[in-house]
Design a protein around this ligand. Structure first.
Ligand code: 9MR
Ligand code: 9MR
Ligand code: ZN
Length: 537
């Protein structure tokens, strides 16, 4: 078998495919003619549990459609070589957030056949005081369920907005949403939809509710048909710190488009910052009668250091500097960019803010940590026939997020160093996502010849439309699948990279979420930016 990036390759760039089960290959143009052939050596790959080798076909630079065959006559997916090969994926990956919108109708002119009625438009009740109603509408559904969770939301918006700061031109594109052509670029209009909801999650005293969901997951029905009452759960310091950080990031980004809104965001952030100073850690655990996602995280130090970093960047507040230096002693992971560990966002805030703002000392400390991690990842990628940065045990629930987070780290290492080997390793992570993997599947709906088709996503399951909504990233292989559909009994024998089921019931391998799409937007935007820079030079 030969596995390729089904979303294609750029004309001048490095191009790689992965071969297993045979060492001979032929590369064919669309008409079947052979444009390249050869033999490569294979060696054991721990992630796919078999021998695998690398085909480098960077020398093929003519735009067109191609496919491979191996020595046994197996045909690979077809793919294009074209400089705009990622354009469709980038637009679709951004549009995904529109499809997740809660509280408004998705009209046909924007959603096409995936149009749907408005959902969850009534107030929520306060779990601690059920008679109290809390105004609660808007925001994005988190995932295949209809919950809205602050720590997940903050991280998704952070991927998108740090991405916007870094890749402004590439992320200023029209994706056909109701706000298109208005005062913000579409991506910022989309993020505002989430930020406005997050503002509703903040209490008078600055504390932020951890999540708002029904008490249990609803059936596989359209969002508008879900009439389970929605509750807001207690405040957590995790949510409050993430909120403060992302609101200050947003205040900086929105300022030039809308000074007034930026002011609202900043004021809200500083209120939450004061709450953090006044309050100890409030870790969130699901109250007994709440059965939806927990986003449990037992340490809030990384969330606090992220908030402190953004506060310092905005206010030059000495108290914030203390929090940063103090917490740095805890040896936190300062490159993690997921919903549980957010230290990487604190680093990004500092590294992008620069040493003039943060001082040479802190800046250099974080830069060294970042580059060390990038070096580790690059070495893994370079020693893998799949170009992948994961070890078998790292195929956790949502392993595709780990792949994309690693790609973000590599992108920013390239940004700081200009060393193209980091960029190539980042691009290899996208190769994996788009089909250069032992499942031979593109993990983005609608993109590639064998894109996955059955996400665990309620609207997609209930809408009666055979095709999935395009642009959604799957969680991906899970070393410990835990749902019936993934059939853990049978999966136990499979290698890590193959513990995946394209099955709508397999939430532990095939759900979708906002924070699995957002790092894809960041990475696609960055790669596009560097590729166009190279072409213009
Ligand atoms: O649909 C739910 C999904 O969004 C969650 O990620 C997952 C794990 O919390 O749970 C899914 O809901 C399942 C529930 O946990 C158990 N009963 C079956 C539900 C649908 O598969
Ligand atoms: O993405 C989350 C994953 O890292 C966890 O292992 C898993 C179980 O706690 O939960 C995932 O988050 C789910 C959330 O709890 C509910 N909405 C769907 C999310 C994606 O599956
Ligand atoms: Zn909704």
């Amino acid at each position: 078998m030969i596995f390729v990036n089904q979303a294609g390759y750029s004309e001048k760039g490095v191009k790689r495919a992965t071969i297993t089960s045979s060492s001979r290959y032929e590369l064919h143009a669309k008409d079947g003619s052979v444009v390249k052939s050869g033999e490569v050596s294979l060696s054991f790959d721990e992630n796919c549990g078999c021998d695998a080798g690398l085909i480098d076909f960077s020398d093929i630079t003519v735009a067109g459609t191609y496919y491979f065959t191996d020595g046994e006559g197996n045909k690979s997916c077809s793919f294009v070589i074209a400089d705009d090969h990622y354009d469709e994926a980038l637009t679709a990956a951004i549009k995904m957030f529109y499809y997740q919108r809660c509280g408004m109708e998705l009209e046909e002119k924007y959603a096409g056949r995936f149009k749907r009625k408005a959902c969850h438009v009534c107030d929520a009740f306060d779990l601690l005081n059920p008679d109290r109603k809390v105004k609660m509408h808007g925001g994005w559904h988190d995932a295949g369920d209809f919950g809205r969770y602050v720590t997940a939301a903050a991280v998704a918006v952070a991927h998108l907005l740090y991405g916007f700061e870094l890749e402004r031109r590439e992320l200023t594109i029209d994706v056909n949403i109701p706000e298109s052509g208005g005062k913000y670029p579409d991506l910022l209009a989309e993020c505002r939809y989430e930020l406005d909801w997050m503002l509703l999650m903040q209490e008078e005293d600055g504390g932020v509710h951890h999540k708002c969901t029904s008490l249990k997951f609803c059936d596989f029905i359209m969002p508008a048909d879900d009439d389970l009452p929605v509750t807001v759960t207690p405040v957590s310091s995790l949510a409050t710190a993430d909120f403060a950080a992302v609101m200050l990031l947003a205040a900086r980004v929105y300022k030039e488009f809308d000074e007034e809104y930026a002011g609202v965001l900043k004021a809200a952030a500083l209120k939450s910052w004061q709450w953090l100073i006044d309050n100890p850690a409030f870790i969130f655990e699901n109250p007994k009668n709440v059965l939806t996602g927990t986003y449990y995280d037992r340490c809030d130090a990384d969330e606090r250091v992220w908030a402190a970093m953004e506060v310092y960047r905005s206010e030059k507040d000495e108290k914030a500097k203390y929090v940063i230096l103090d917490t740095m002693e805890l040896k936190l992971n300062m490159t993690a960019l997921g919903w549980a560990d957010v230290g990487g966002f604190a680093s990004l805030c500092c590294l992008m803010g620069g040493e003039e703002v943060f001082g040479t000392d802190l800046y250099n400390r974080l830069k060294i940590k970042w580059m060390d991690e990038a070096d580790r990842l690059k070495a893994l990628s370079e020693s893998s026939a799949f170009g992948l940065t994961l070890r078998p045990r790292e195929f956790t629930w949502g392993s595709n997020m780990v792949v994309l987070m690693n790609a973000m780290i590599l992108c920013y290492a390239h940004e700081m160093s200009g060393d193209s080997s980091y960029l190539e390793a980042a691009k290899a992570q996208l190769d994996y996502i788009f089909g250069r993997n032992a499942m031979d599947v593109s993990y983005v709906t609608g993109i590639g010849e064998k894109a996955f088709r059955d996400p665990h996503n309620r609207p997609g399951i209930a809408d009666g439309i055979d095709d999935p909504i395009p642009g959604f990233v799957s969680g991906g292989p899970n070393f410990r699948p835990c749902d019936e559909a993934a059939n853990p009994g049978n999966m136990g024998d499979k290698p890590a990279m193959c513990r995946y089921a394209d099955n709508k019931l397999s939430y532990s391998t095939n759900e979708i979420t906002i924070y699995w799409n957002s790092p894809l937007v960041f990475v696609l935007g960055y790669i596009k930016k560097i590729c166009s820079k190279h072409r213009e030079a």
